[in-house]
Design a protein around this ligand. Structure first.
Ligand code: KG4
Ligand code: ZN
Length: 355
């Protein structure tokens, strides 16, 4: 099976081709620089950028892989959750192409695609516990099959990535700041008492990160020299301030990673049949979280399924991978496939082929 994947849910426009679980090629255009000017994603600009670059990326992908559009056997498209206008660009493109070449559509849950991304690199044993940590979501799932995800816990306020980005914003680091905080923290010991690990003294599997974000904001308000001068990089800071900033970043990193560890350990007790721990989404690229989860999986006797950093952030390879798995299992959509905005549950509204 040769599956085209299309991703336009937020600020990355991407297309990829996957054949029998193997990535043939992918093209990705990031809008990060455009949105960085505004300190966050501007939905209208995101939609316009997707519209502008998607056809060119598709043509370039076909050229690069030598694949003719007529031989594509299914078209997988990220159908939500995401920005509605942005999703609609990908969906319209996918539907037009489906009509033109006669390949069936598969609408893919963007969050499930993150958790299945590692399927391009290795086998994923089921049942598994899935931890999805991205810019918009922090969810734990019991994953029983490619199409069987049962939500166990979710954030009650900010997502882990959002907390990274907002903490970074207060430090005047450019958007999205998660990777920069990770880099600045590199090699520095965290101060475990500096920031809270919120909402852990309970039985809940849900998360809360807004208090941690506020704690960083309060800390920087009390130590304003830590915020970078506007338009400057960390190299503009005196060495002792930079060292102080590194401790702030490492401590913040630790609070997020350790909170995720506590909740994941708790979730694992509710899914004793789990054979693997999947950690995915943009924040899964974080080096401290990767170390923490590697240790947790080792201690729990679970296989750790952790995609390479490039497969953690938004991409179309994961959409094609998830779509191909769904299509193999007989799950498709008609041309009435709907986009699902953030905050609405993605329906399990598959239809069989030809319906
Ligand atoms: O999954 P993703 O690419 O997009 C969404 O679907 O949201 O995740 C983006 C998020 C951003 O908040 C970004 O700051 C965060 O992932 N991120 C990181 C790292 N790389 C990306 N956070 C912490 N450490 C990183 N190395
Ligand atoms: Zn994502």
């Amino acid at each position: 099976m040769l599956c085209l994947g299309i991703e336009t849910s937020c600020d990355e426009t991407a297309v990829a081709l996957v054949e029998n679980g193997r990535l043939l090629g992918q093209r990705l255009a990031s809008q990060v620089d455009v949105h960085a000017l505004f300190g966050g994603v501007v939905p209208e600009i995101a939609s316009r950028e997707h519209l502008r670059v998607l056809p060119g990326l598709y043509r370039a992908l076909l050229e690069e892989t030598g694949v003719r559009s007529e031989v594509i056997s299914c078209i997988a498209v990220s159908r939500g959750p995401g920005l509605l206008g942005a999703l609609l660009i990908g969906l319209s493109f996918a539907k037009g192409l489906s009509l033109a070449i006669g390949a069936p559509l598969v609408g893919v849950n963007h969050l499930h695609a993150h958790l299945l991304a590692a399927g391009l690199e290795r086998d994923i044993p089921f049942p598994a516990l899935g931890l999805l940590v991205s810019g918009g979501h922090t969810h734990t799932y019991a994953v029983h099959a490619d199409h069987d995800f049962r939500l166990l816990g979710r954030t009650l306020d900010d997502a882990a990535g959002e907390a990274f980005d907002k903490a970074a914003k207060r430090l005047n680091l450019p958007y999205p700041g998660g990777k920069l905080i990770d880099d600045l923290a590199s090699g520095t010991e965290p101060d475990h008492g500096m920031f809270p690990r919120a909402f852990i003294d309970n039985d809940s599997l849900d998360f809360s990160f807004s208090g941690l974000k506020t704690a960083v904001v309060n800390h920087v308000d009390a130590h304003p020299h830590l915020a970078l001068p506007s338009l400057a990089g960390p190299e503009a800071l005196a060495p002792e301030v930079r060292a102080e900033l590194a401790v702030v970043c490492a401590s913040f990193n630790w609070s997020v990673a350790d909170t995720l560890r506590i909740k994941t350990e708790r979730a694992l007790r509710r899914v004793p049949e789990a054979r693997a721990l999947i950690v995915a989404g943009g924040v899964a690229a974080n080096s401290m979280l990767r170390r923490t989860m590697t240790e947790l999986a080792g201690r729990s006797g679970l296989e750790l399924v952790l995609p390479s950093p490039s497969l953690c952030t938004d991409n179309a390879a994961m959409v094609a991978c998830a779509g191909e798995r769904l299509a193999r299992a007989g799950f498709f959509h008609g041309l009435d496939l709907e986009a699902v905005p953030r905050g609405r549950k993605v329906p399990l509204d598959w239809v069989g082929l030809g319906a």
